[in-house]
Design a binder for this molecule. Structure first.
Ligand code: SF4
Ligand code: SF4
Length: 452
Protein backbone atom coordinates (compact mmCIF):
# COMPACT_ATOMS: atom_id res chain seq x y z
CA UNK A 1 0.00 0.00 0.00
CA UNK A 2 1.45 3.35 -0.92
CA UNK A 3 0.88 6.38 1.25
CA UNK A 4 0.50 9.68 -0.60
CA UNK A 5 2.67 12.50 0.73
CA UNK A 6 0.75 15.28 2.50
CA UNK A 7 -0.27 18.28 0.40
CA UNK A 8 2.08 21.30 0.48
CA UNK A 9 -0.21 24.10 1.64
CA UNK A 10 -3.47 23.72 -0.12
CA UNK A 11 -4.69 27.16 0.91
CA UNK A 12 -2.05 29.11 -0.96
CA UNK A 13 -1.63 27.00 -4.09
CA UNK A 14 -3.80 29.12 -6.40
CA UNK A 15 -3.73 32.88 -6.11
CA UNK A 16 -6.58 33.66 -8.49
CA UNK A 17 -10.14 32.60 -9.21
CA UNK A 18 -9.01 31.72 -12.71
CA UNK A 19 -7.42 28.47 -11.51
CA UNK A 20 -7.93 25.35 -13.65
CA UNK A 21 -11.21 23.66 -12.82
CA UNK A 22 -10.62 20.49 -10.79
CA UNK A 23 -13.53 18.71 -12.45
CA UNK A 24 -12.15 19.45 -15.92
CA UNK A 25 -8.67 18.31 -14.84
CA UNK A 26 -10.26 15.08 -13.65
CA UNK A 27 -11.55 14.32 -17.16
CA UNK A 28 -8.06 13.24 -18.24
CA UNK A 29 -7.76 9.44 -18.03
CA UNK A 30 -4.06 9.38 -19.04
CA UNK A 31 -4.78 7.37 -22.19
CA UNK A 32 -2.08 9.17 -24.17
CA UNK A 33 -4.08 9.50 -27.40
CA UNK A 34 -3.08 13.17 -27.44
CA UNK A 35 0.68 12.55 -27.42
CA UNK A 36 1.20 12.06 -31.12
CA UNK A 37 -0.79 15.20 -31.92
CA UNK A 38 1.37 17.42 -29.73
CA UNK A 39 4.12 19.39 -31.53
CA UNK A 40 6.08 20.11 -28.35
CA UNK A 41 6.04 16.46 -27.24
CA UNK A 42 7.21 15.56 -30.71
CA UNK A 43 9.96 18.18 -30.57
CA UNK A 44 11.15 17.89 -26.96
CA UNK A 45 10.32 14.23 -26.36
CA UNK A 46 9.48 14.49 -22.66
CA UNK A 47 6.22 13.66 -20.92
CA UNK A 48 6.12 16.99 -19.10
CA UNK A 49 5.97 18.76 -22.48
CA UNK A 50 3.01 16.69 -23.61
CA UNK A 51 -0.68 17.49 -22.97
CA UNK A 52 -0.99 14.55 -20.57
CA UNK A 53 2.14 15.61 -18.72
CA UNK A 54 1.08 19.24 -18.44
CA UNK A 55 -2.33 18.19 -17.15
CA UNK A 56 -0.56 16.00 -14.58
CA UNK A 57 1.47 19.05 -13.53
CA UNK A 58 -1.70 21.13 -13.17
CA UNK A 59 -3.27 18.37 -11.09
CA UNK A 60 -0.14 18.07 -8.98
CA UNK A 61 -0.33 21.80 -8.29
CA UNK A 62 -4.04 21.60 -7.60
CA UNK A 63 -3.78 18.81 -5.07
CA UNK A 64 -0.61 20.17 -3.53
CA UNK A 65 1.67 17.30 -4.55
CA UNK A 66 4.06 19.63 -6.32
CA UNK A 67 5.08 23.24 -5.88
CA UNK A 68 4.99 26.01 -8.43
CA UNK A 69 8.60 26.40 -9.61
CA UNK A 70 10.37 27.95 -12.62
CA UNK A 71 10.87 24.44 -14.01
CA UNK A 72 7.17 23.63 -13.79
CA UNK A 73 6.28 26.96 -15.33
CA UNK A 74 8.71 26.36 -18.18
CA UNK A 75 6.64 23.34 -19.30
CA UNK A 76 3.54 25.51 -19.34
CA UNK A 77 5.36 28.31 -21.18
CA UNK A 78 6.53 25.86 -23.83
CA UNK A 79 2.97 24.89 -24.76
CA UNK A 80 1.92 26.38 -28.10
CA UNK A 81 -1.75 26.43 -27.01
CA UNK A 82 -2.47 24.98 -30.44
CA UNK A 83 -5.17 22.70 -28.98
CA UNK A 84 -4.36 19.79 -31.29
CA UNK A 85 -4.61 17.70 -28.13
CA UNK A 86 -8.29 18.63 -27.79
CA UNK A 87 -9.07 17.23 -31.22
CA UNK A 88 -7.23 14.02 -30.36
CA UNK A 89 -8.72 13.58 -26.89
CA UNK A 90 -11.56 11.04 -26.62
CA UNK A 91 -12.44 12.30 -23.12
CA UNK A 92 -13.04 15.86 -24.35
CA UNK A 93 -10.62 17.46 -21.90
CA UNK A 94 -10.93 21.24 -22.48
CA UNK A 95 -7.18 21.67 -22.58
CA UNK A 96 -7.17 25.20 -24.01
CA UNK A 97 -9.30 26.48 -21.16
CA UNK A 98 -7.16 24.67 -18.58
CA UNK A 99 -3.96 26.10 -20.02
CA UNK A 100 -5.38 29.63 -20.14
CA UNK A 101 -6.35 29.31 -16.48
CA UNK A 102 -2.86 28.06 -15.64
CA UNK A 103 -1.27 30.93 -17.53
CA UNK A 104 -3.54 33.34 -15.65
CA UNK A 105 -2.16 31.96 -12.42
CA UNK A 106 1.42 32.25 -13.69
CA UNK A 107 0.75 35.86 -14.68
CA UNK A 108 -0.74 36.64 -11.26
CA UNK A 109 2.36 35.24 -9.59
CA UNK A 110 4.35 37.88 -11.41
CA UNK A 111 7.34 35.61 -11.71
CA UNK A 112 8.38 36.46 -15.23
CA UNK A 113 11.82 38.07 -15.65
CA UNK A 114 11.71 41.85 -15.16
CA UNK A 115 12.48 42.63 -18.79
CA UNK A 116 9.65 40.39 -20.01
CA UNK A 117 7.19 42.08 -17.64
CA UNK A 118 8.30 45.52 -18.80
CA UNK A 119 7.90 44.57 -22.47
CA UNK A 120 4.45 43.12 -21.75
CA UNK A 121 3.39 46.31 -20.01
CA UNK A 122 4.70 48.51 -22.82
CA UNK A 123 3.41 46.51 -25.76
CA UNK A 124 0.48 44.38 -24.66
CA UNK A 125 -1.01 46.91 -22.27
CA UNK A 126 0.35 50.17 -23.67
CA UNK A 127 0.04 49.60 -27.42
CA UNK A 128 -2.31 46.81 -28.55
CA UNK A 129 -5.47 48.06 -26.80
CA UNK A 130 -5.18 51.50 -28.47
CA UNK A 131 -6.00 51.60 -32.20
CA UNK A 132 -4.47 55.09 -32.65
CA UNK A 133 -1.18 54.06 -31.08
CA UNK A 134 -1.18 50.89 -33.19
CA UNK A 135 -1.67 53.00 -36.28
CA UNK A 136 1.24 55.25 -35.30
CA UNK A 137 3.40 52.17 -34.80
CA UNK A 138 2.24 50.99 -38.23
CA UNK A 139 3.39 54.25 -39.82
CA UNK A 140 6.73 53.82 -38.07
CA UNK A 141 7.03 50.35 -39.60
CA UNK A 142 6.12 51.73 -43.03
CA UNK A 143 8.86 54.33 -42.73
CA UNK A 144 11.37 51.74 -41.56
CA UNK A 145 10.58 49.57 -44.56
CA UNK A 146 10.10 52.22 -47.27
CA UNK A 147 13.25 54.17 -46.53
CA UNK A 148 15.33 51.03 -46.93
CA UNK A 149 16.46 51.04 -43.31
CA UNK A 150 15.06 47.54 -42.77
CA UNK A 151 17.02 46.18 -45.72
CA UNK A 152 20.20 47.84 -44.46
CA UNK A 153 19.69 46.61 -40.90
CA UNK A 154 19.08 43.07 -42.14
CA UNK A 155 22.15 43.15 -44.34
CA UNK A 156 24.35 44.42 -41.53
CA UNK A 157 23.29 41.70 -39.06
CA UNK A 158 23.02 44.45 -36.43
CA UNK A 159 19.85 43.12 -34.81
CA UNK A 160 21.26 39.60 -34.36
CA UNK A 161 24.19 41.14 -32.53
CA UNK A 162 21.98 43.41 -30.40
CA UNK A 163 19.31 40.83 -29.58
CA UNK A 164 18.34 37.65 -31.46
CA UNK A 165 14.73 38.19 -30.29
CA UNK A 166 14.66 41.61 -31.99
CA UNK A 167 15.99 39.99 -35.15
CA UNK A 168 13.21 37.37 -34.98
CA UNK A 169 10.65 40.12 -34.54
CA UNK A 170 12.04 41.90 -37.59
CA UNK A 171 11.82 38.76 -39.73
CA UNK A 172 8.22 38.23 -38.61
CA UNK A 173 7.12 41.83 -39.14
CA UNK A 174 4.41 42.32 -41.79
CA UNK A 175 5.12 44.13 -45.04
CA UNK A 176 3.25 47.40 -44.53
CA UNK A 177 2.85 48.33 -48.21
CA UNK A 178 -0.92 48.91 -48.43
CA UNK A 179 -3.10 51.75 -47.12
CA UNK A 180 -4.21 50.81 -43.64
CA UNK A 181 -7.81 49.72 -43.26
CA UNK A 182 -10.22 52.30 -41.83
CA UNK A 183 -13.38 51.02 -40.16
CA UNK A 184 -15.57 53.50 -42.04
CA UNK A 185 -14.72 51.68 -45.31
CA UNK A 186 -17.07 48.83 -44.40
CA UNK A 187 -20.19 50.99 -44.39
CA UNK A 188 -19.08 52.74 -47.62
CA UNK A 189 -18.71 49.44 -49.47
CA UNK A 190 -21.92 48.01 -48.01
CA UNK A 191 -24.04 51.10 -48.73
CA UNK A 192 -25.44 49.85 -52.06
CA UNK A 193 -26.11 46.28 -50.95
CA UNK A 194 -29.61 44.84 -51.19
CA UNK A 195 -29.72 43.46 -47.67
CA UNK A 196 -30.78 40.02 -46.46
CA UNK A 197 -28.61 40.16 -43.32
CA UNK A 198 -26.42 42.56 -41.37
CA UNK A 199 -23.12 41.87 -39.69
CA UNK A 200 -20.52 43.64 -37.61
CA UNK A 201 -16.90 43.02 -38.52
CA UNK A 202 -14.31 42.79 -35.77
CA UNK A 203 -11.28 44.33 -37.44
CA UNK A 204 -8.77 43.63 -34.66
CA UNK A 205 -5.54 45.30 -33.66
CA UNK A 206 -3.09 44.09 -36.28
CA UNK A 207 -5.17 43.12 -39.30
CA UNK A 208 -6.02 46.72 -40.37
CA UNK A 209 -2.29 47.43 -40.60
CA UNK A 210 -0.84 44.12 -41.72
CA UNK A 211 -3.67 42.69 -43.83
CA UNK A 212 -5.98 45.56 -44.81
CA UNK A 213 -6.84 43.85 -48.11
CA UNK A 214 -8.29 40.88 -46.23
CA UNK A 215 -10.79 43.21 -44.57
CA UNK A 216 -11.63 44.95 -47.85
CA UNK A 217 -12.14 41.56 -49.52
CA UNK A 218 -14.30 40.39 -46.61
CA UNK A 219 -16.64 43.36 -46.85
CA UNK A 220 -16.90 43.12 -50.67
CA UNK A 221 -17.58 39.37 -50.55
CA UNK A 222 -20.37 39.75 -48.00
CA UNK A 223 -21.85 42.76 -49.79
CA UNK A 224 -22.06 40.59 -52.90
CA UNK A 225 -23.90 37.98 -50.90
CA UNK A 226 -26.45 40.39 -49.46
CA UNK A 227 -24.84 40.99 -46.07
CA UNK A 228 -24.29 44.65 -45.15
CA UNK A 229 -21.22 44.85 -42.95
CA UNK A 230 -20.37 47.61 -40.53
CA UNK A 231 -17.18 47.91 -38.48
CA UNK A 232 -17.96 50.01 -35.39
CA UNK A 233 -15.32 52.65 -34.64
CA UNK A 234 -15.26 52.10 -30.89
CA UNK A 235 -14.10 48.48 -31.09
CA UNK A 236 -10.65 47.51 -29.82
CA UNK A 237 -8.25 44.55 -29.86
CA UNK A 238 -10.19 41.37 -28.96
CA UNK A 239 -7.78 40.47 -26.14
CA UNK A 240 -6.86 36.97 -27.41
CA UNK A 241 -3.13 37.56 -26.99
CA UNK A 242 -3.73 38.87 -23.47
CA UNK A 243 -5.80 35.85 -22.47
CA UNK A 244 -3.29 33.42 -23.97
CA UNK A 245 -0.51 35.14 -22.07
CA UNK A 246 -2.44 34.96 -18.79
CA UNK A 247 -3.30 38.66 -18.54
CA UNK A 248 -7.00 37.94 -18.02
CA UNK A 249 -7.78 41.28 -16.42
CA UNK A 250 -6.66 43.12 -19.57
CA UNK A 251 -8.52 40.53 -21.68
CA UNK A 252 -11.71 41.13 -19.68
CA UNK A 253 -11.47 44.88 -20.01
CA UNK A 254 -11.03 44.62 -23.79
CA UNK A 255 -13.98 42.22 -23.99
CA UNK A 256 -16.22 44.68 -22.12
CA UNK A 257 -15.21 47.48 -24.47
CA UNK A 258 -16.02 45.38 -27.53
CA UNK A 259 -19.38 44.29 -26.14
CA UNK A 260 -20.22 47.96 -25.62
CA UNK A 261 -18.97 48.88 -29.10
CA UNK A 262 -20.71 46.32 -31.27
CA UNK A 263 -24.08 47.14 -32.77
CA UNK A 264 -26.81 45.20 -30.95
CA UNK A 265 -29.05 42.84 -32.88
CA UNK A 266 -31.75 44.86 -34.59
CA UNK A 267 -34.44 42.21 -34.34
CA UNK A 268 -35.47 42.17 -38.03
CA UNK A 269 -32.50 40.63 -39.73
CA UNK A 270 -29.79 38.12 -38.79
CA UNK A 271 -26.91 40.09 -37.33
CA UNK A 272 -23.72 38.08 -36.95
CA UNK A 273 -20.41 39.27 -35.58
CA UNK A 274 -17.85 38.40 -38.24
CA UNK A 275 -14.19 37.66 -37.81
CA UNK A 276 -11.59 36.66 -40.39
CA UNK A 277 -8.74 35.93 -37.95
CA UNK A 278 -8.94 32.47 -36.38
CA UNK A 279 -7.14 33.25 -33.13
CA UNK A 280 -9.42 36.21 -32.46
CA UNK A 281 -12.50 34.22 -33.49
CA UNK A 282 -11.91 31.43 -31.01
CA UNK A 283 -11.36 33.98 -28.25
CA UNK A 284 -14.46 36.02 -29.13
CA UNK A 285 -16.50 32.82 -28.92
CA UNK A 286 -15.20 32.50 -25.34
CA UNK A 287 -16.34 35.94 -24.14
CA UNK A 288 -19.22 34.31 -22.26
CA UNK A 289 -16.79 32.16 -20.27
CA UNK A 290 -14.32 35.00 -19.78
CA UNK A 291 -16.98 37.26 -18.21
CA UNK A 292 -19.03 34.54 -16.54
CA UNK A 293 -18.56 36.06 -13.09
CA UNK A 294 -19.18 39.66 -14.16
CA UNK A 295 -22.68 40.52 -12.94
CA UNK A 296 -23.01 43.45 -15.34
CA UNK A 297 -21.67 41.80 -18.48
CA UNK A 298 -22.12 38.02 -18.18
CA UNK A 299 -25.42 37.83 -20.09
CA UNK A 300 -24.37 40.26 -22.79
CA UNK A 301 -21.04 38.45 -23.15
CA UNK A 302 -22.80 35.12 -23.68
CA UNK A 303 -25.17 36.72 -26.24
CA UNK A 304 -22.21 38.36 -28.00
CA UNK A 305 -20.29 35.06 -28.16
CA UNK A 306 -23.29 33.26 -29.63
CA UNK A 307 -23.35 35.72 -32.56
CA UNK A 308 -19.66 35.30 -33.50
CA UNK A 309 -18.98 33.58 -36.82
CA UNK A 310 -15.78 32.90 -38.63
CA UNK A 311 -16.13 34.31 -42.17
CA UNK A 312 -15.83 30.91 -43.91
CA UNK A 313 -18.30 29.37 -41.51
CA UNK A 314 -20.80 32.17 -42.15
CA UNK A 315 -20.41 32.09 -45.94
CA UNK A 316 -21.30 28.41 -45.97
CA UNK A 317 -24.11 28.97 -43.46
CA UNK A 318 -25.82 31.61 -45.62
CA UNK A 319 -25.01 29.85 -48.90
CA UNK A 320 -22.64 32.07 -50.92
CA UNK A 321 -22.97 32.78 -54.63
CA UNK A 322 -20.52 30.75 -56.72
CA UNK A 323 -17.72 32.91 -58.14
CA UNK A 324 -17.14 33.05 -61.88
CA UNK A 325 -13.58 34.21 -62.48
CA UNK A 326 -10.83 31.67 -63.10
CA UNK A 327 -7.72 31.66 -60.96
CA UNK A 328 -5.25 29.20 -62.45
CA UNK A 329 -3.21 28.42 -59.36
CA UNK A 330 -2.44 25.53 -57.03
CA UNK A 331 -2.75 26.39 -53.37
CA UNK A 332 -2.35 24.45 -50.17
CA UNK A 333 -4.48 25.20 -47.13
CA UNK A 334 -2.98 25.44 -43.64
CA UNK A 335 -5.66 24.91 -40.99
CA UNK A 336 -5.05 27.59 -38.38
CA UNK A 337 -5.10 25.79 -35.02
CA UNK A 338 -7.70 28.15 -33.61
CA UNK A 339 -9.99 27.57 -36.56
CA UNK A 340 -9.68 23.78 -36.79
CA UNK A 341 -8.95 22.59 -33.25
CA UNK A 342 -10.61 25.40 -31.29
CA UNK A 343 -13.62 26.18 -33.52
CA UNK A 344 -13.89 22.93 -35.47
CA UNK A 345 -14.16 24.85 -38.75
CA UNK A 346 -12.38 22.67 -41.31
CA UNK A 347 -14.54 22.05 -44.34
CA UNK A 348 -15.88 25.60 -44.85
CA UNK A 349 -12.55 27.19 -45.96
CA UNK A 350 -12.02 24.24 -48.31
CA UNK A 351 -15.57 24.66 -49.69
CA UNK A 352 -14.72 28.29 -50.42
CA UNK A 353 -11.48 27.37 -52.17
CA UNK A 354 -13.04 24.55 -54.17
CA UNK A 355 -15.76 26.89 -55.44
CA UNK A 356 -13.19 28.96 -57.33
CA UNK A 357 -12.88 27.99 -61.02
CA UNK A 358 -9.36 26.97 -62.00
CA UNK A 359 -8.02 26.84 -58.44
CA UNK A 360 -6.50 23.51 -57.38
CA UNK A 361 -6.17 22.55 -53.73
CA UNK A 362 -3.16 20.38 -52.95
CA UNK A 363 -3.39 19.13 -49.37
CA UNK A 364 -0.48 18.72 -46.96
CA UNK A 365 0.02 15.46 -45.05
CA UNK A 366 -0.80 17.27 -41.79
CA UNK A 367 -2.54 20.55 -42.66
CA UNK A 368 -3.84 20.98 -39.10
CA UNK A 369 -0.45 20.73 -37.44
CA UNK A 370 0.68 24.02 -35.92
CA UNK A 371 3.08 26.22 -37.92
CA UNK A 372 4.77 27.46 -34.72
CA UNK A 373 3.36 30.97 -34.77
CA UNK A 374 1.01 30.74 -31.75
CA UNK A 375 0.59 34.43 -30.95
CA UNK A 376 3.81 35.75 -29.46
CA UNK A 377 5.26 32.22 -29.09
CA UNK A 378 7.37 32.65 -32.24
CA UNK A 379 9.25 35.42 -30.46
CA UNK A 380 9.30 34.24 -26.83
CA UNK A 381 9.96 30.55 -27.61
CA UNK A 382 11.71 31.13 -30.90
CA UNK A 383 13.89 27.99 -30.94
CA UNK A 384 10.97 25.57 -30.64
CA UNK A 385 8.90 27.73 -32.97
CA UNK A 386 11.59 27.57 -35.67
CA UNK A 387 11.84 23.78 -35.46
CA UNK A 388 8.04 23.44 -35.68
CA UNK A 389 8.08 25.78 -38.70
CA UNK A 390 10.85 23.78 -40.39
CA UNK A 391 8.66 20.66 -40.28
CA UNK A 392 5.65 22.56 -41.50
CA UNK A 393 7.59 23.98 -44.44
CA UNK A 394 8.73 20.53 -45.49
CA UNK A 395 5.06 19.57 -45.66
CA UNK A 396 4.10 22.78 -47.46
CA UNK A 397 6.83 22.47 -50.09
CA UNK A 398 6.04 18.80 -50.71
CA UNK A 399 2.57 19.73 -51.99
CA UNK A 400 3.94 21.52 -55.05
CA UNK A 401 1.56 24.41 -54.32
CA UNK A 402 2.32 27.88 -55.61
CA UNK A 403 0.75 29.64 -52.65
CA UNK A 404 -0.25 28.93 -49.04
CA UNK A 405 -3.68 29.90 -47.89
CA UNK A 406 -4.58 30.18 -44.23
CA UNK A 407 -6.95 32.02 -41.90
CA UNK A 408 -4.99 33.84 -39.26
CA UNK A 409 -2.56 36.79 -39.44
CA UNK A 410 0.02 35.15 -37.15
CA UNK A 411 0.06 32.01 -39.33
CA UNK A 412 0.41 34.16 -42.45
CA UNK A 413 3.44 36.00 -41.03
CA UNK A 414 5.03 32.77 -39.84
CA UNK A 415 4.48 30.96 -43.13
CA UNK A 416 5.79 33.94 -45.10
CA UNK A 417 8.96 33.82 -42.99
CA UNK A 418 9.11 30.07 -43.70
CA UNK A 419 8.78 30.59 -47.45
CA UNK A 420 11.51 33.24 -47.43
CA UNK A 421 13.81 30.88 -45.54
CA UNK A 422 13.07 27.45 -47.04
CA UNK A 423 11.83 27.98 -50.59
CA UNK A 424 15.32 28.16 -52.11
CA UNK A 425 14.11 27.76 -55.66
CA UNK A 426 11.49 30.49 -55.35
CA UNK A 427 8.69 28.15 -56.44
CA UNK A 428 6.11 29.68 -54.15
CA UNK A 429 4.51 33.10 -54.05
CA UNK A 430 6.30 34.95 -51.25
CA UNK A 431 3.10 35.99 -49.53
CA UNK A 432 0.43 33.68 -48.24
CA UNK A 433 -3.21 34.57 -48.62
CA UNK A 434 -6.65 34.20 -47.07
CA UNK A 435 -9.43 32.21 -48.77
CA UNK A 436 -11.72 35.25 -48.68
CA UNK A 437 -9.20 37.22 -50.78
CA UNK A 438 -9.15 34.48 -53.39
CA UNK A 439 -12.95 34.38 -53.43
CA UNK A 440 -13.07 38.16 -53.84
CA UNK A 441 -10.53 37.99 -56.67
CA UNK A 442 -12.58 35.34 -58.43
CA UNK A 443 -15.78 37.40 -58.13
CA UNK A 444 -13.99 40.43 -59.56
CA UNK A 445 -12.41 38.49 -62.41
CA UNK A 446 -15.86 37.10 -63.21
CA UNK A 447 -17.29 40.65 -63.33
CA UNK A 448 -14.48 41.83 -65.57
CA UNK A 449 -15.06 38.94 -67.98
CA UNK A 450 -18.82 39.67 -68.09
CA UNK A 451 -18.28 43.38 -68.73
CA UNK A 452 -15.73 42.83 -71.47
S1 SF4 B 1 -1.93 22.86 -26.94
FE1 SF4 B 1 -0.59 22.03 -28.56
S2 SF4 B 1 1.50 22.24 -27.72
FE2 SF4 B 1 0.09 22.47 -25.99
S3 SF4 B 1 -0.11 20.44 -25.13
FE3 SF4 B 1 -1.81 20.63 -26.60
S4 SF4 B 1 -1.00 19.82 -28.53
FE4 SF4 B 1 0.76 20.18 -27.16
S1 SF4 C 1 -6.09 12.16 -24.83
FE1 SF4 C 1 -7.24 13.33 -23.30
S2 SF4 C 1 -7.70 11.86 -21.66
FE2 SF4 C 1 -6.06 10.97 -22.92
S3 SF4 C 1 -4.15 11.62 -21.91
FE3 SF4 C 1 -4.57 13.13 -23.48
S4 SF4 C 1 -5.75 14.73 -22.42
FE4 SF4 C 1 -5.77 12.91 -21.11
Amino acid sequence: MSIAPPPINNETIWLTEDRPDAGELGLCVHCGFCLNACPTYHDLGVETDSPRGRIALMRGLDNGRIEWSPRVQQHFDQCLQCRACETACPSKVPYGRLMEATRAEAFARNNWPRRQRLIWRLIMRGLFPYPRRMRLAGYGLKLYQRTGIQALVRKSGLLERLSPKLADLDVLSPVADRPFYANREAAEISASTPVRARASLITGCMMPLAYPETHRATVRVFARNGVAVDAPEAQVCCGALHAHGGDVEAARELARRNIDAITPEDGDLPNAILINAAGCGSHLKEYGHLLRNDSEYSERAAAFAARVRDVHEYLVEIGFNPPGGEIQRTVTYQDSCHLSHAQNVRSAPRDVLRSIPGLALSEMRTPDKCCGSAGIYSVVQSDISKRVLAEKMEDVLSTGAEQVCTANPGCMLQLDAGIAHYDDEGRMMPRSTHAIELLDESYRLGDAATNR
